[in-house]
Design a protein around this ligand. Structure first.
Ligand SMILES: CC(C)(COP(=O)(O)OP(=O)(O)OC[C@H]1O[C@@H](n2cnc3c(N)ncnc32)[C@H](O)[C@@H]1OP(=O)(O)O)[C@@H](O)C(=O)NCCC(=O)NCCS
Length: 315
């Protein structure tokens, strides 16, 4: 039987979703997710969503590789970067060289298009997980190490129970102190937008801009009661913000010149308290570094998954 590595075809849809869910068992999807976050991603090129299939048969392995074909706002095309955001081989077809062939084909195509560094998997906006979860996918870690990939970062995903959540007295006192120093933390208004959007793009990133824009389009468009968007304002200028929709918290950030004064803590605790009043009894997010994790721990968050962001440098 010959197993062919070839680009994805429309008729592979059901087989690919089955394969994805049988291999990326902690990160299952349905056809809607495949259609909206993969097939309708303007950066998807059919040449780099590859499947390995026996003649006429359903896919036994796949790899989803991406490079930017449209710029992410002013962050541009990042032409030297490529990403692999998902991959897997059916359990009964592992250790037959299928993963190796899929990766060789995907990396060849990315390299031919000019990518020098390939990352698993922090591709914005349509990443599924920040990197490989070594607890969920130990085989993937062994496979990638064998193929010459190295770990670049180790973000974590965290979650907090909100049942009974209260803002501690010291955080209330902190909010009062900030207020006496002219720093107010309050829900966003439309009047904040001219200052807020450039603040986010310049202080953080175009990806955070995109993320904030998505929630604000809902808030100021048809209206939304499942999200909270707070700003910290000093002397009429935005100095921090925080966003949440349903159980998903973040991102949130404070201007670098005003960090370590408790603004982030007040934003976080106020937002969590607001979430509980809306009926959300837990809060989670997918991705933070070690420093911010300490702040989250103060609010009762604990690590639920860890990830290895993996990097491959094209030789
Ligand atoms: C990771 C994965 C795709 C590997 O696919 P595969 O087809 O079995 O890989 P290959 O047969 O091409 O392996 C290539 C080499 O990687 C190494 N390797 C692969 N799996 C390994 C394992 N379980 N233990 C040790 N080494 C392994 C071996 O050196 C292997 O070569 P060898 O068999 O000649 O020794 C597969 O294990 C899988 O689907 N895992 C679950 C899905 C997943 O983790 N996805 C990533 C989520 S971020």
């Amino acid at each position: 039987m010959t197993t062919q590595v070839r680009p994805y075809r429309g008729t592979d849809e059901a087989g690919l979703v089955r394969l994805w869910n049988a291999s990326m068992i902690y990160d299952r999807i349905n056809v809607t997710v495949l259609r909206t976050r993969v097939l309708l991603d303007p950066n998807l090129h059919p040449d780099t969503l590859l499947v390995a299939a026996d003649n006429g048969g359903a896919p036994a392995g796949f790899v989803l590789a991406i490079r930017r074909r449209v710029p992410l706002f002013l962050q541009g095309l990042e032409p030297e970067l490529g990403w692999i955001t998902a991959f897997g081989v059916l359990p009964e077809r592992r250790r037959q060289g299928i993963g190796r062939r899929l990766f060789a084909a995907a990396l060849d195509r990315l390299a031919a298009a000019g990518c020098r560094t390939v990352l698993i998997a922090p591709y914005t906006p349509n990443y599924f997980i920040p990197g490989v979860d070594p607890d969920a996918y130990p085989e993937a870690m062994k496979f990638l190490e064998k193929l010459g990939w190295e770990q670049q970062a180790a973000p974590v995903s965290m979650r907090a129970e909100l049942t009974g959540f209260q803002i501690p007295l010291e955080v209330e006192a902190l909010a009062q102190r900030l207020s006496s120093e002219g720093i107010e933390i309050r829900p966003v208004t439309a009047a904040d937008l001219p200052d807020l959007m450039p603040f986010i793009a310049e202080t953080f990133s175009w990806d955070w801009y995109r993320f904030a824009q998505e929630y604000l389009l809902e808030l100021f468009g048809r209206g939304a009661d499942d999200l909270c968007f707070l700003v910290a304002v000093q002397g009429g200028r935005i100095v921090g913000y925080c966003q949440q929709r349903r159980e998903r918290f973040g991102p949130f950030g404070v201007h670098p010149s005003l960090r370590n004064q408790g603004i982030g803590r007040v934003l976080l605790f106020r937002c969590l308290a607001d979430m509980l009043t809306k009926g959300f009894h837990c809060a989670w997010f997918l991705w933070t570094g070690r420093d911010a994790a300490r702040l989250y721990e103060m609010a009762g968050f604990h690590t639920v998954r860890r990830f290895a962001v993996m990097r491959y440098v094209v030789p």
